[in-house]
Design a protein around this ligand. Structure first.
Ligand code: ARG
Length: 425
């Protein structure tokens, strides 16, 4: 009898251990966890199974030693998110030099960029604009585990008017690039077709340019691009397929028209004013204001081959965008972290947090902009918090980001869907 019980016990232990191994089960034991909803630091462990958080509790871990990840001295928070990146391509190439890069080479750079982004603590990103659906390929390669990177939501090619910010204006008429023709649209029906084509080839969302931009040749950031009718067609078509719409817009007219057309987020929002901030709030429109990148463009741009024309435009946009960021935040606008990484190095995304705090956010608000708020904008309900039932997307830092937001520039632990990608423990 004794032997049988002993055997049974051994069997159970072996069985339980192998289940743990099979089921990818861990308990993280950190110093504390930042509850990004309340801003409270909680002393608790996180039990993870099959990539999902099964409990957050201060009970003693019950799993075997080899299943416990000690994260001594670390504060954990949900994986960070960026609403505006361009992972595809070598970001050192600007202006005319970027034209020599093939899509294949750009995509391989994308793999490198994706890894750097993930290792910097960004576990979900929205890629807003990429040629030839290279972003779809990268997203799928990451999902299949072929390359390491954040979870990606992708837009495919940006919809633009002829000669708009999303068109390629570098070449003369006789050899203008033809590759992205379907996304250059000049009527509501062409716009609808482009949305349909982008969806067909795997885009999750739609990005269009509602004004000119800084980095494009011969466009004016203040000038509206697309008519209201065209914008309504884009949004209506996208929404009827369950796709969100991100509108690039610096100038006021473009911002207003895009909000009226029903977009989900305004990217940049540089020249937004009080009335339009109210309009955004009333319509649940998120503002994704990339307020770090200006320092990079003006500091490094000339060396990196950014067109002088773009530098001149940036001098008019950067400062006012920051002031309007502050105004929008003080009025209670819905704000997300969107950086435009790709203009600068991937993995430096977290540098924007300090700017968000310098321009009026509390550290907690800045963190919420990159977790809870981004999750809502992305329409993802299992990311952005460390909570039972959520994806195990978790990052760790050695100092308290509520005391010093720059702690987020130095992420020491990264887990995505239960898999550890970085552990400087
Ligand atoms: N992609 C944007 C554009 O070309 C970048 C704007 C950067 N400047 C800024 N202040 N956010 O328009």
């Amino acid at each position: 009898m004794k032997i049988t019980i002993y055997k049974l016990k051994t069997f159970l232990i072996i069985f339980a251990t192998s289940i743990n191994l099979l089921s990818n089960e861990y308990i993280l034991v950190p110093k504390n966890i930042l509850d990004v909803q309340t801003g409270k630091l909680i002393e608790a462990n996180i039990h993870i199974k099959e990539g999902v958080i099964v409990s957050v509790s201060n009970k003693k871990p019950t799993l075997g030693k080899n299943k416990i990840i000690q994260l001594e001295g670390m504060t954990l928070l949900p994986g960070l998110m960026d609403a505006h990146v361009h992972l595809i391509g070598n970001n050192e190439l600007n202006g005319y030099s970027s034209m020599a890069e093939s899509t294949q080479l750009a995509t391989l750079y994308g793999a490198k960029n994706a890894k750097n982004t993930l290792l910097a603590g960004f576990t979900t990103v929205r890629n807003v604009g990429a040629g030839q659906f290279a972003d779809v390929a990268l997203r799928d390669a990451i999902e299949k585990g072929v390359v390491d990177g954040p979870r990606m939501l992708v837009s495919g090619p940006t919809l633009s008017i002829s000669g708009g910010h999303g068109d390629n204006n570098l070449l003369p008429f006789h050899n203008h690039g033809k590759s992205e023709k379907h996304s250059i649209v000049d009527s509501p029906w062409e716009a609808r077709k482009a949305v349909r084509v982008n969806r067909k080839y795997g885009a999750n969302l739609i990005k269009f340019t509602a004004t000119g931009g800084v980095m494009s040749k011969n466009t004016d950031p203040n000038a509206k691009q697309f008519t209201l009718d065209e914008m309504i067609a884009i949004v209506d078509e996208a929404h009827s397929h369950g796709m969100k719409v991100a509108a690039h817009a610096h100038g006021l007219k473009g911002i207003k028209t895009a909000i009226k057309a029903g977009v989900d987020s305004i990217e940049h929002a540089s020249f937004i004013d009080e009335d339009t901030i109210k309009l955004a709030i009333e319509n649940n429109v998120y503002l994704s204001m990339d307020i770090y990148v200006s320092d990079y463009i003006l500091g490094e741009g000339a060396k990196k081959g950014i067109l002088e024309e773009s530098l001149a435009k940036e001098r008019k946009v950067g400062r006012i965008q920051r002031e309007n960021f502050k105004l929008a935040n003080s009025m209670g606008a819905l704000m997300v972290l969107g950086t435009d990484a790709g203009i600068y190095n991937h993995g430096d995304n977290a540098k924007q947090f300090k700017y968000m705090v310098d321009w009026g956010m509390s550290p907690l608000q800045a963190i919420q902009a990159s977790t809870i708020n981004t999750a809502k904008l992305f329409g993802l309900d299992k990311v952005g918090q460390i909570k039972e039932g959520y994806n195990a997307d978790i990052v760790g830092v050695y100092s308290n980001p509520l005391m010093d937001i720059t702690a987020l520039e130095d992420i020491s632990f990264v887990m995505k869907e239960g898999k550890v990608y970085k552990d400087f423990n």
